[in-house]
Ligand binder design. Structure first.
Ligand code: FAD
Length: 455
């Protein structure tokens, strides 16, 4: 095939096309597609000029490009379509520059977020967005999905930390969206347009990120509640007293039990918990911990565990980050969903999830970034079982319809990808959706960048 030979010429050493090697790139962390589509080949460019050449070749042969980082998204955002090639950014993984005075870092697309934060720690700096799997997920993946994570409530999500992007457009042109400066209203905000666009408008090759100084200390509190409703109501009790915790996450009893079984770390099972992280100056945290405890007790917390050092923090974070893997003990498949509702509707959505899980007999573990109204129900099931599979589809339809009815949306941080496009008709106003389609058409009239995703 001409496109395959053309790409092999551009990246002769960083190219694969053997059928057995391509299977892995037909999947991501989302459920397996009904029909597996293999890409024609996978190329691993090492610089922006190569990316541009790849795009020009694909434009010439009208071949779709599936941009891919580590494939850890949950929504089929890197699933190949017919006649497509995967452009994999793992070989563009250099931290180009960290500027302590300007509080910026310029990095290549494939830099792993955890690796960047390790380098930043040495300089007492911090990049807050953390898609909970920062040991593997990358800057470009997080930008393309506008990833959030447990620290969004206080610090915002990825969009709040991207100040300039180098991107390759569908005609092969390389442009910068801004300058490496903190503020810029000179023209349209193209940076924001590309953040969250799921690789459908441009390929990100470099990003300049905003950094902040590392907080002096962080301490975690795990507050256990017998009743999930008290646990959820406590979120607003904390905020209304003036607290802006860096994490305000919910873990229900199924989640706690499964984590403890998988990775024993003295979690109290048969309870529901709020995981609360306070950060800042040591002296302030000590004072805040006292007040926080009073709020938790007044809200009905049965048991409160507070860490006192970084080792104890790390143990709890490790447990929290293992939740998704832990759930795979229960059934062959685990599917994570992502719903955001206004914070005063979290109780309603949690009750709805429990009701639907009972109605359709599907094991459900509820967790989420409750401070943002962002709930992740994790469904453990066997997708090979036809009845469970059908029930799960019905459950999802009812759940997302309900979420939209109470002013929520079907994704706050995992993206739409392929899997959630069917909910866009209920989640977006028709005129708004049409405008999005026109934007896509303006940038990419031949629809070669990640087709059938995002909008
Ligand atoms: C255990 C687990 C926990 C998670 N928890 C959270 C969480 O708490 N919060 C959260 O927000 N997310 C969470 N995620 C999902 C998260 O969104 C992704 O893991 C991550 O942000 C992107 O990962 P990635 O680098 O693997 O990108 P991929 O999955 O490879 O790609 C993601 C998107 O980016 C596009 N893309 C990749 N590279 C480029 C590029 N160079 N140019 C243009 N587009 C590109 C892809 O086409 C795709 O649309 C979790 C995932 C797992 C597995």
């Amino acid at each position: 095939m001409e496109i395959v030979s053309a790409l092999k010429k551009i990246c002769p050493k960083n190219f694969i096309s053997k059928k057995e090697d391509l299977y892995v790139y037909a999947h991501d962390t989302s459920r397996n597609p009904d029909k597996l589509i293999l890409p024609l080949c996978v190329v691993f460019p090492t610089n922006s000029a190569e990316v541009s050449k790849i795009v020009c070749a694909c434009a010439k042969y009208k071949t779709a490009i599936i941009p891919r980082a580590q494939g850890t998204n949950h929504c089929g955002a890197t699933r190949p379509s017919e006649n497509s090639v995967v452009v994999h950014f793992s070989k563009m993984d250099k931290i180009i520059n960290i500027n302590k005075e300007n509080l910026t870092a310029t990095v290549e697309a494939g830099v792993v977020i955890g690796k960047l934060n390790k380098e930043l720690e040495k300089l007492n700096l911090f990049f807050p967005p953390d898609p909970s799997n920062l040991a593997v997920s990358t800057i470009a993946g997080a930008i393309a999905l506008n990833s959030g994570g447990p620290r969004t409530f206080k610090y915002g999500n990825t969009k709040d930390y991207v100040i300039n992007l180098e991107v390759v457009l569908p005609n092969g042109e390389i442009i910068e969206t801004s300058k490496n400066i903190a503020k810029n209203v000179t023209g349209y905000n193209l940076t924001s347009l590309f953040v969250g666009s799921e690789g459908t408008l441009a390929l990100i090759t470099k990003a300049t990120l905003k950094l902040i100084p590392m907080p002096e200390a962080r301490l975690l509190t795990l507050a256990y509640f017998d009743n999930i409703i008290d646990c959820v109501k406590c979120v607003n009790n904390i905020i209304n007293k003036g607290f802006i915790p860096s994490t305000l996450d919910l873990l229900d009893s199924v989640t706690l039990k499964t984590i403890e079984n998988f990775n024993p770390c003295n979690l109290k099972v048969d309870k529901n918990a709020l995981l609360i992280e306070l950060d800042g100056f040591k002296s302030c945290i000590a004072e805040q911990l006292k007040i926080l405890k009073e709020i938790l007790i007044a809200s009905g917390a049965e048991n409160i565990v507070q860490t006192s050092n970084e080792v104890e923090n790390e143990n709890i974070w490790r447990a929290r980050r293992s939740a998704f893997s832990a759930l795979s003990q229960l059934k062959p498949n685990v599917i994570t969903e992502d719903i955001v509702v206004p914070r005063d509707k979290i109780v309603d959505i949690v009750l709805k999830i429990q009701e639907l899980s009972k109605k359709y007999n599907i094991i459900t573990a509820i967790m989420g970034h409750a401070g943002d109204g962002n709930i992740h129900p994790n469904f453990a099931l066997d997708l090979e079982n036809e009845i469970e599979n059908k029930n799960f589809e019905k459950l999802k339809d009812e759940l997302f319809n309900y979420a939209v009815k109470i002013q929520g949306v079907p994704s706050g941080e995992h993206g739409i990808g392929t899997d959630k496009r069917k909910y866009l008709d209920i989640a977006l106003d028709k005129k708004t959706h049409n405008l999005m389609k026109q934007i896509k058409n303006f940038f990419d009239k031949d629809n070669i960048f990640n087709p059938n995703k995002a909008i």
